[in-house]
Write a protein of this length. Structure first.
Length: 183
């Protein structure tokens, strides 16, 4: 059917061409390539999907580490609180990255629902606690207390399973600083 100017075929349906693929590359091969590269470079998916580095397209995604490097320390935040915010965001990044990359690739105990949910909960409570501290909410103490408890549990579980030292260390640091903020 001939294409009408403007990219539409008769019937007002867009003319969509399937993306060009290299011959002989299966979907499973593409997935393996994506996972291998994503484990080395946390912004690989952004580059692969958008074709541009995240610094040039911040609306798509900005890696946590680049965001942290660009943001100046907030003057109105107590230095102890700023350290706790940093520890929470480091723990958030470590738990989420470890769960989505290492644990999914390792399988077995690493992907048991209880462990995987705990890592997701730890990442989320850390992000939320940091958010509450940054907005100056008086409720940050309650969240920091809960964050310390969940981070301690996550660190113990990561050590029990093994091969997740970076995540466990980030959880221990976050738990200790959150305990101090909750006091």
């Amino acid at each position: 059917m001939p294409c009408i100017p403007g990219g539409f075929q008769r019937g007002n349906r867009p003319s969509v061409q399937p993306p060009a693929r290299r011959p002989g590359v299966s979907n499973s091969a593409l997935i393996r390539i994506f996972r291998r590269n994503a484990s080395r470079d946390p912004n690989f998916g952004v580059r692969a999907l958008s074709g541009t580095p995240p610094e040039q397209s911040p609306g798509i995604a900005v890696g946590y580490r680049q965001l942290k490097q660009r943001e100046p320390t907030m003057a109105h935040v107590d230095p102890r609180m700023q350290a706790c915010v940093d520890n929470c965001l480091d723990c958030y990044a470590a738990c989420l990255s470890t769960a989505m990359n290492h644990c999914l690739q390792a399988g077995g105990e690493h992907t048991e629902p209880t462990h995987f949910r705990l890592m997701a909960a730890c990442a989320e409570i850390c992000r939320t606690a940091a958010h509450f501290m940054l907005i100056g909410s008086p409720h940050h103490r309650h969240l920091c207390s809960e964050c310390a408890e969940i981070c301690t549990e996550c660190a113990k579980d990561c050590e029990r399973i093994g091969d997740m030292a970076e995540c466990a260390e980030a959880c221990w640091r976050c738990a200790e600083s959150c305990r101090q903020m909750a006091a």
